[in-house]
Design a protein around this ligand. Structure first.
Ligand code: SAH
Length: 347
C-alpha cells in the first residue's frame, strides 16, 4: 500500500486512482492534507495563474415540480414563499452584472413549468442579443433532449446539472421514487452530446454518503470529464426531511476540491456559496485548495432569502455591488484577482 505522499504523486501522474486509493486519500490529515492542497494550488496556478473567474448567478424562480429530499425549494415544502422574476427583472440583473464586470450569467431555478421551452428560448435570445460577449449558463434541471437542443440553438453556452451522487442506491435515498438516477445521467450525456460546456457535481456530506460514494463520484468525474464541477457541503434545511442530519464539513470539501484539481487540472471549479456558508473564510479556503471560480448572486435582494436551498445562506442581504466589493477584497487578501472575462475553460 502506498503512503499518502506517494498517493498524491500517483494521482498527479496518472490523473486518477483506484477506488480504494481514493478512499484512503479522502482520509488524509495534517501535513498530508497540506501537501495535497499545495499540489492542487500549483496545478491551478500552472493553468489559470491567480485569476478567479466570476459568474453572475440569477435565481429566477423557486417554483419546482421536483421533490429532492434535501432541498428547501422542494415541491412539498409548504413554508417556502414562491417567486418568479419577470423577463424585465432578469434583464436588469444582467445589466447590473455587466456593469460590475460579469461576462457570464447563470440562470438557475427550480423546475418551474411556467417557464416553458418557448419562454426559456425567448429569454436566452434576449440576453444573448443584448450581451453577445457574454456566456450564458442554464441550471434548470432535467429536461427532454429536444428541449436542451432548443436552448442550445437559441444561444445557451453552458449547462449545470449536478449528478448529486454517482451511486445509484445513494441517489435513491436522496430523491423520491419519481426521480431517477438513470434520467439524471441521461440528461448529462445528452447535454454533452449537444455540445454544451457541461457542469456536474455533488454535495459533500449528504445524508447516507460514505467515503465509498465519494470515491465513486471521483471515478465518475474522471470518466465523464465535465468542463465544470460544482461541489459544496450539504447543509440541512429546517423544512425538509433531512432537517436533523449533520452538515458536510469544511475539511472534506477542501480535500475534495484539491483532489479534483489534481485529477483534472484545467477543470472549472467553483468555491461555492454553501462553502462560504459553513465557514466565514470558506470561499478563500476553497480558492487556496484549488478552486478557480466564484458565483456571486445577482438576484434582486427582495427574493434572495426565498431562494433558500439550505438554512443560513450567506450574502442574502446585500446588493450585488456590495457583494462584489466584499468579494474582490477577499480574493485580493489571499493574493488572487478577479478576471473580467467569459472565463471559458482552458483545455
Ligand atoms: N433545479 C436545478 C438547480 C438546483 S439547485 C437542478 O436540478 O439542477 C443547485 C444545487 O444546489 C443542487 O444541484 C444541489 O446539489 C444543491 N443543493 C440543494 N439543496 C442543498 C442543500 N440542502 N445543501 C447544499 N446544497 C444543496
Amino acid at each position: 500500500m502506498y503512503s499518502m505522499t506517494e498517493l498524491i504523486k500517483k494521482l498527479q501522474k496518472n490523473r486518477t486512482l483506484t477506488k480504494n486509493e481514493f478512499i484512503k486519500l479522502l482520509r488524509c490529515e495534517g501535513a498530508d492534507m497540506e501537501l495535497l492542497r499545495k499540489t492542487a494550488e500549483a496545478e491551478r496556478i500552472g493553468i489559470y495563474g491567480k485569476d478567479v473567474y466570476i459568474r453572475g448567478l440569477i435565481e429566477f424562480t423557486n417554483f419546482c415540480r421536483q421533490d429532492c429530499l434535501y432541498c428547501g425549494i422542494r415541491r412539498s415544502n409548504k413554508n417556502c414563499r414562491r417567486f418568479r422574476l419577470t423577463d424585465g427583472e432578469i434583464l436588469s440583473c444582467c445589466d447590473e452584472g455587466y456593469r460590475l464586470g460579469f461576462r457570464t450569467f447563470v440562470l438557475q431555478g427550480g423546475e418551474d413549468p411556467y417557464f416553458s421551452d418557448d419562454k426559456i428560448c425567448a429569454l436566452i435570445e434576449q440576453i444573448k442579443h443584448k450581451y453577445p460577449d457574454c456566456a450564458l449558463t442554464l441550471s434548470i434541471g432535467e429536461k427532454p433532449k429536444q428541449s436542451y437542443r432548443r436552448f442550445f440553438d437559441s444561444g445557451a453556452d453552458r449547462f449545470l446539472l449536478r449528478h448529486e451522487t454517482a451511486d445509484k442506491a445513494h441517489y435513491e435515498m436522496l430523491h423520491p421514487s419519481s426521480q431517477s438516477y438513470d434520467n439524471r445521467m441521461r440528461c448529462l450525456r445528452d447535454l454533452k452530446e449537444i455540445g454544451y460546456q457541461v457542469g456536474c457535481g455533488f454535495m459533500v456530506g449528504s445524508p447516507y454518503q460514505t467515503d465509498e460514494c465519494l470515491a465513486e463520484d471521483l471515478i465518475f468525474l474522471s470518466e465523464f470529464k465535465p468542463h465544470m464541477i460544482g461541489i459544496g457541503p450539504f447543509i440541512h434545511h429546517s423544512d425538509t426531511v433531512f432537517r436533523d442530519y449533520p452538515d458536510g464539513t469544511l475539511d472534506m470539501t477542501l480535500r475534495l476540491l484539491s483532489i479534483i484539481r489534481v485529477m483534472m487540472p484545467s477543470v472549472l471549479l467553483p468555491a461555492t456559496t454553501a462553502l462560504a456558508t459553513i465557514d466565514p473564510k470558506g470561499r478563500e479556503k476553497g480558492i487556496l485548495a484549488g478552486a478557480n471560480v466564484v458565483m456571486p448572486n445577482l438576484s434582486p435582494v427582495g427574493v434572495r432569502k426565498d431562494y433558500s436551498l439550505y438554512d443560513n445562506k450567506v450574502c442574502t442581504g446585500e446588493e450585488s455591488a456590495q457583494c462584489m466589493n466584499c468579494l474582490s477584497r477577499r480574493i485580493e487578501s489571499i493574493g488572487y484577482k478577479i478576471a473580467v472575462s467569459r472565463g471559458d475553460s482552458l483545455v
